[in-house]
Design a protein around this ligand. Structure first.
Ligand code: HEM
Length: 447
């Protein structure tokens, strides 16, 4: 295994040699037992490029993603509304928000509540639990090392204690993807379209223009939902955790927001970003301070690589050590502290005098398999955070919440307490008007 612990090594090996390092190490449990070959994240570089190009690469380009900003905007107003009514729901609202946007974008139906099963039979809480478990099962140590010792797969079934659970998870995910797909199919047959990207893929498939098996196609919408759910929600939960822990940074950010919106005259939105440098820095700092994917997702090289006179043998597992890159004392001043101003002083947050090619988004991976949804995630984070800063005061309940994270590829803060309250009666009135103005979207995307 090769661990890349500098930005320069990530650039030289994963980016400049992307053609050689775009494979994934084998992950038999997730890619075969759970998803029967349908999970894009664990496909070979060739198959993943093929599936993405036939179905959804074009819908995650910047222009196409930005055309969904009205949906992002409406869902962020819904979050404000829900948190104003029930302040303690803020943690799960981040999951509902990310899930609702990705489901609307993909299937044309929103997710109005986190815990309830809707009229189509879909339940986001159940789906998220299964998707969480799948991520967990794909991590080293969660199952016996079947990729290193394949003979373990030949043991009698009663000696493979993990297998029943993995198969059950696969079944659960296939049931969810069928519910989502059949609902889309019924909607299409009844002529009720609203622009979701799978509508086009469905039509093309029915005309025989997409040469993929139906099961694989059916599964892809659910994979995109899975990819955009825990990741985006976890980044938002980190932003909220930082907001509760750092009132002075929130005060700076709110001063910027209030100037741009002239108090309660209007709600801010992503289009204000150029006038909100500190708010933007806050988001960057949250993603550096506690990156959602601290070791990204492993890559593998299809040919031997020689790097600075070291040999990386063919088929090595290559890991970008995002956490250490973003907490390197040589690059960042007091890297363990949450200090958004570092991104005001330097566009990449680097210490004075440090000059090297660097980018702010290692959390989204690198090279050929870099996250396809980065723009979508970035839009969601900024749109919602700007609006939450406008609407709420972020207080502590029973002292500062602990900075405790779940283990695994995707790290999220453990649920924490906070007192998130509307800033004034005038904010409540303006929020009600904004919520009422989104009625048309809620109706068009209602399940
Ligand atoms: C803050 C939110 C997100 C984070 C931190 C994140 C992070 C990642 C990472 C680390 C990878 C693997 C990259 C690599 O192997 O180098 C990945 C892959 C992927 N992401 Fe994201 N992601 C986020 C949101 C999203 C969203 C919103 C979508 C879609 C709507 C999405 C779709 C995908 C897909 C399809 C892949 C598979 C790429 C492949 O294997 O070829 N992600 N993401």
């Amino acid at each position: 295994m090769v661990v890349l612990s500098s930005a320069a090594a990530v650039r030289d090996i994963l980016e400049l040699k992307a053609g050689l390092t775009g494979e994934r190490p084998p992950n038999h449990v997730t890619s075969h037992v759970i998803s029967r070959g349908g999970h894009t994240l664990w496909m070979s570089a060739k198959k993943s490029s093929l599936v993405k190009s036939k179905i959804y690469s074009h819908v995650l380009t910047s222009a196409s993603t930005d055309s969904w900003l009205p949906v992002v905007e409406a869902e962020s107003v819904a979050v404000l509304w829900n948190v104003m009514q029930k302040p303690d729901c803020f943690f799960n609202e981040m999951l509902r928000y990310a899930g609702s946007i990705t489901r609307s974008h993909t299937y044309g139906k929103r997710v109005p509540t986190w815990e309830a099963t809707d009229a189509t039979g879909f339940n986001l809480e159940g789906y998220s639990k299964a998707s969480h478990e799948i991520i967990h099962m794909s991590e080293p140590g969660a199952t016996p090392p079947v990729d290193i010792f394949p003979f373990l797969l030949k043991l009698p079934r009663f000696m493979q204690s993990w297998r029943g659970h993995a198969e059950q998870l696969g079944e659960t995910m296939r049931e969810y993807s069928s519910i989502l797909w059949e609902d889309l199919e019924n909607r299409m047959k009844n002529g009720h379209t609203n622009g979701a990207w799978l509508e086009k893929a469905y039509q093309q498939y029915k005309k025989g223009n997409i040469d993929l098996e139906e099961d694989l196609l059916k599964y892809q919408g659910s994979i995109v939902l899975e990819a955009g759910l825990d990741t985006t929600a976890s980044a938002l939960q980190t932003i909220l955790l930082a907001s509760v822990l750092h009132p002075e940074a929130v005060a700076n950010a709110q001063a910027e927001i209030d100037t741009v919106t002239n108090g309660t005259e209007r709600l801010p939105s992503l289009s204000d970003i150029d006038q909100l440098p500190f708010c933007k820095a806050f988001v960057l700092e949250a993603m550096r301070w506690m990156p959602t994917a601290p070791s990204a997702v492993p890559h593998r090289n299809s040919e031997e690589i020689i790097y600075k006179s070291m040999i990386i043998p063919k088929d090595s597992t290559i890991i970008a050590d995002v956490w250490n890159i973003l907490h390197d004392v040589e690059l960042f001043d007091r890297p363990d502290e949450f200090r958004p101003e570092r991104y005001i002083q330097h566009k990449n947050g680097l210490k004075a005098g440090v000059d090297l090619p660097f980018r702010n988004n290692y959390s989204f991976g690198a090279g050929k398999r870099v996250c396809s949804g980065e723009r979508m995630a970035s839009n969601q984070l900024h749109e919602l955070f700007f609006k939450m800063l406008w609407a709420f005061d972020f207080g502590q309940k029973n002292g500062p919440p602990p900075v405790e994270y779940t283990a695994g590829f995707i790290k999220a803060p453990k649920p924490f307490e906070a007192s998130i309250r509307i800033r004034s009666p005038a904010h409540a009135v303006a929020l009600k008007a904004a919520y009422d103005a989104e009625a048309d979207y809620f109706e068009r995307f209602e399940p």
